[in-house]
Write a protein that binds this ligand. Structure first.
Ligand code: F6P
Length: 548
């Protein structure tokens, strides 16, 4: 049966109509349901998730839960954890959960349990790679690993893009307080020469280590940047020195060797690790180098805690499922087009960008698993955001008083790594005030009582009723960060199941890539081929300027 014709979907459509027609308000739900927080807030190991400031009544919550059950969320989740090939279009298992199915004791990673794909226990490779990464990391961090001229490594440069860049960049930045003193980690991703040029400027080749991070080792942006870095390095070094200054995180051994990297320094991963889910794989090497093996193990333990919670907790208490259902409510029944992710922590400055890929590349699909065009409901939302309080002085105006509904996730810490003076209490006062103001608004009556002039009342009134999720974390540590990332990953998974899309392919990025290859050859040969009038004039103008 079509999703929109199911009993669960119909009930929710009715709920939404009643909510809107009844002009109901979120804050009044705290009165009608005095134990609301018990139903809408969740706690797991230092992570408190409050979903109570949403336009979701107890009855809507139960209809959403029924939708999750009827959609087979639990069965799909179990298939993922068991290594079934649920990425149907690519015929692959989806096992990023295997990457953190590990324990750690005195420098050694071991598997928690076996996970089989095609009769092979993938945990053997996972553990081997982690231990190899661990050993390599310790030699670099201790200074034992020497560059070609005998000097130890001071700068790590990760060259990758998309999932081979955003994840490690976000994690490394978020864990800044854990980075070894004297070690700096840089990320290059854009094929725009400015990115690599600015990174290489002032860099000392003798103390630099490049990680070429590419699952396929064919991605145009990454390979162009890698070749440029190699050319720069070879201005001062011999080709045989490459092995001491370039390593790879990849699945493509032959291409890695052809580049000149010693395959002993290649850290593999597998086809069942999707790019945007790959940060806990070998793609996490810059993170491990930055924070060390012990902290990296804590990060993986955080992911694992959330994985196990997702796997074992009933739908009603399952945090990723509940967050996913809240998102479904706004996306499909309240007509919201986007969600904002607003971390009140400067070190989470790349978090929204990371989950922009995580969510939009996963669920930005208009074809369902059966290959049919989805015409009657919305799939993945637009994801955007910036850290508070900067966002408050930029785009919160629209969230408060714009014509669009923007559900927002607020993420903050109880304890800061930089409690300088009263900064942290001021930061968090803004977090709490914003979520309250978005919900309660400011009425005309209150403004009148405050003596506001009648002409200004429409401008200064806030309707409120703007929904938010609040995630309050005791402290941003490797463990809680791992939990937070896994929470969003599983939320995306649940939504993909309900929308019946394959969250694990990304054909949508292919067309532009193919086009760019063809156009590149035309530009290089100064010969514009068959294009529409607009593309032709752009290319001609570009060629004229480039070769006047
Ligand atoms: O953007 C498309 C994509 O395939 C992502 O899924 C992936 O993370 C990225 O490109 C990089 O690919 P690779 O690791 O193979 O260089």
């Amino acid at each position: 049966m079509k999703l929109i014709n199911t009993r669960e979907w119909k009930s929710l459509e009715l709920d939404a109509k009643q909510w809107i027609d009844g002009h109901q308000r979120i804050e009044s739900l705290f009165v009608s349901q005095p134990d609301r927080l018990a139903h809408f807030s969740f706690e797991l190991d230092g992570l408190f998730v409050d979903l109570s400031k949403n336009s979701i009544t107890a009855s809507i919550q139960s209809h959403l839960n029924q939708l999750a059950t009827a959609s087979g969320v639990e069965a799909y989740r179990d298939k993922m954890f068991q290594g079934e090939k649920i990425n149907l279009t690519e015929g692959r298992a989806v096992l990023h959960v295997a990457l953190r199915n590990v324990t750690y004791h005195r420098g050694v990673f071991s598997a928690v349990s076996s996970i089989f794909v095609d009769g092979i226990d993938v945990m053997v490779g996972v553990v081997d790679t982690l231990n190899k990464m661990g050993k390599f990391t310790e030699t670099v961090r201790s200074g034992e690993w020497k560059g070609a001229t005998g000097r130890s490594i001071k700068t790590i440069v990760n060259i990758g893009i998309g999932g081979s860049d955003l994840g490690p960049k976000m994690l490394t930045r978020a864990l800044t307080p854990y980075i070894q003193e004297g070690l700096s980690v840089k990320f290059v991703s854009n094929v725009d020469g400015t990115d690599i040029a600015e990174t290489l400027n002032g860099l000392d080749p003798e103390t630099s280590l490049f990680i070429i991070a590419s699952k396929t080792f064919t991605t145009q942006e990454t390979m162009t940047n890698a070749e440029t870095a190699k050319r720069w390095f070879l201005q001062t070094h011999k080709p045989t020195d490459i092995a001491k200054h370039f390593v790879a995180a990849s699945t493509a051994e032959k291409l890695v060797a052809a580049f000149g990297i010693d395959t002993a320094n290649m850290f593999p991963f597998w086809d069942w690790v999707g790019g945007r889910y790959s940060s806990p794989s070998a793609i996490g090497l810059p993170v491990m180098l930055a924070i060390g093996r012990d902290h990296y193990a804590e990060l993986l333990s955080g992911y694992h805690i959330m994985d196990q919670h997702f796997l074992k907790t009933p739908i009603e208490k399952n945090i990723p499922v509940q967050m996913a259902l809240t998102g479904i409510w706004y996306n499909n029944f309240m007509h919201a087009e986007s969600i904002a992710i607003l971390p009140y922590d400067q070190t989470l400055e790349h978090f929204a960008a990371y989950f922009q890929q995580g969510d939009m590349e996963s669920n930005g699909k208009y074809v369902n698993l059966a290959g049919e065009r989805i015409t009657d409901y919305q799939t993945g939302p637009i994801v955007w955001g910036e850290p508070g309080t900067n966002g408050q002085h930029a785009f919160y105006q629209l969230i408060h008083q714009g014509t669009k509904l923007i559900p927002a996730d607020f993420i903050g810490m109880v304890k800061s790594h930089h409690p300088e003076g009263d900064h942290h209490v001021k930061l968090m006062a803004n977090f709490f005030a914003q979520t309250e103001a978005l919900m309660c608004g400011l009425s005309a009556d209150t403004l009148r009582a405050q003596g506001c002039s009648e002409s200004l009342i429409p401008h200064r009134t806030f309707e409120g009723n703007r929904p938010t999720n609040s995630i309050l974390i005791n402290e941003l540590t490797p463990k809680t960060l791992g939990m937070l990332v896994a929470l969003y990953e599983h939320k995306i998974f649940v939504q993909g199941v309900i929308w019946q899309v394959n969250s694990f392919d990304q054909y949508g990025v292919e067309l532009g890539k193919v086009g760019a290859k063809a156009i590149l050859s035309e530009l290089e040969n100064n010969k514009v081929g068959q294009h529409d009038a607009s593309t032709t004039i752009l290319m001609e103008r570009f060629l004229k300027k480039a070769n006047p």
